[in-house]
Design a protein around this ligand. Structure first.
Ligand SMILES: [Ca+2]
Length: 367
């Protein structure tokens, strides 16, 4: 088991009176390492609830279900002042509006589980916090009050990772430009990690970046997806409702280029794939054009900085789904984002000249 898992974060540690599914005793089940409040149940893979619905256990044999207003918590030893990302898997049990509140007081975030991002019915998510002390309480609670007491979110695989602030490269104004710094990902989970809304750039689970929208973007790894550069990238899975952005340092009135890799994750995502890229007052959309030699292409936007900070942002132009199940959400991949001083207009002129020459060459071939 990974050292990033919090103690009994996968709920596979056997309670002293056995798992409820073994029906050894009728007493309330304790959950080793966790404190509980309200109706918290250890559920087993293959178990059904009233109505015959099969409970989803993300991984392994066991997970927990939080009933109305119920919570589980655990005290963690951390490094005061450091920023941490918590990765956990969550599933909803009923086709109702379910959400999960994750808090490390005073930080608190509610994750919406209404959107099903893939057909397996569960997804890994991440949230982050800055440790105000060397002991913190990690609390998962179900803020819902549903009519059916058998509803309520299921959680599993809770892991924690201390985030390291990436160095700022000399020739690139973008921090964490290749998305290599981010939350914990289980090496054998193929679903990536969803990054929900995060407007606080100082404590983002993806250092340097914000998720501005109310839907999530997916953090993907090269073990399971095609990644343009390094081991990690972002897949924009929520159309115009999944926006990642960063405020980069710029010098007013200077000309810059934003370049990035636009790719296909090779996850059976149905094309067309396209992103809208923003840099200052410029916005441009780019379609991914498949090339047999590569899973990505490089795109660029030129802009003149108007202030000492310029916003760059990306969203997916389309709402894409996978071709095999027609419902799992997917989209274009963005990686290797660079903002650099282009100094003069020369580069732009060269590109235009190049395009012009190619056009004339094309005409000559036609003739
Ligand atoms: Ca990368």
């Amino acid at each position: 088991m990974s050292k990033s898992l919090v103690p009994n974060g996968d709920f596979e540690t056997r309670p002293s009176n056995g798992f409820p599914s073994e029906a050894i005793s009728d007493g309330p089940t304790e959950i080793p390492n966790w404190k509980t409040n309200g109706t918290v149940e250890l559920v087993s893979s293959g178990e059904k609830v009233g109505g015959g619905m099969l409970l989803i256990v993300p991984r392994g044999m066991h997970a927990v279900r939080l009933g109305n207003d119920a919570q589980i918590s655990q005290e963690l030893t951390v490094e005061k002042g450091a920023t941490y990302a918590v990765t956990f898997s969550a599933a909803r049990t009923c086709a109702q509006l379910e959400s999960l509140n994750v808090s490390v007081p005073p930080a608190s975030q509610t994750v919406d589980l209404q959107t099903l991002y893939n057909v397996q019915g569960w997804d890994p998510y991440t949230i982050s916090f800055e440790a105000g002390d060397d002991k913190v309480q990690l609390i998962f609670s179900n803020p819902g009050m549903e009519d059916d007491p058998e509803c309520g979110p299921i959680i599993d695989d809770i892991a924690i990772k201390k985030l390291v602030a990436p160095d700022k490269p000399k020739d690139n104004a973008v921090v964490n430009s290749g998305f290599e710094f981010g939350p914990w990902m289980f090496p054998n989970v193929s679903l990536g990690v969803l990054l929900p809304t995060n407007l606080d750039e100082d404590t983002s689970p993806l250092p340097g970046w914000m998720v501005e929208s109310n839907r999530a973007v997916r953090y993907i790894d090269s073990n399971h997806y095609a990644v343009p550069e390094g081991k990690r990238a972002i897949e924009l899975v929520s159309g115009k409702e999944g926006i990642i952005s960063q405020m980069v340092e710029t010098t007013p009135d200077k000309l810059y280029s934003l370049t990035f890799s636009l790719g296909h994750a090779m996850d059976k995502c149905k094309e067309p794939l396209a992103v809208m890229a923003f840099a200052g007052d410029q916005a441009q959309n780019f379609h991914y054009t498949p090339d047999s030699n590569s899973t990505f292409q490089v795109a660029s936007v030129n802009f003149t900085a108007r202030a000492d900070r310029t916003r760059i942002a990306f969203y997916s132009v389309y709402y894409n789904t996978r071709t095999d199940d027609m419902s799992s959400l997917c989209g274009p991949v963005v990686d290797d984002v660079r903002v650099w001083f282009s100094g003069s207009r020369r580069n732009q002129v060269q590109v235009l000249l190049g395009v012009g020459l190619a056009f004339w060459a094309y005409l000559l071939v036609l003739v």
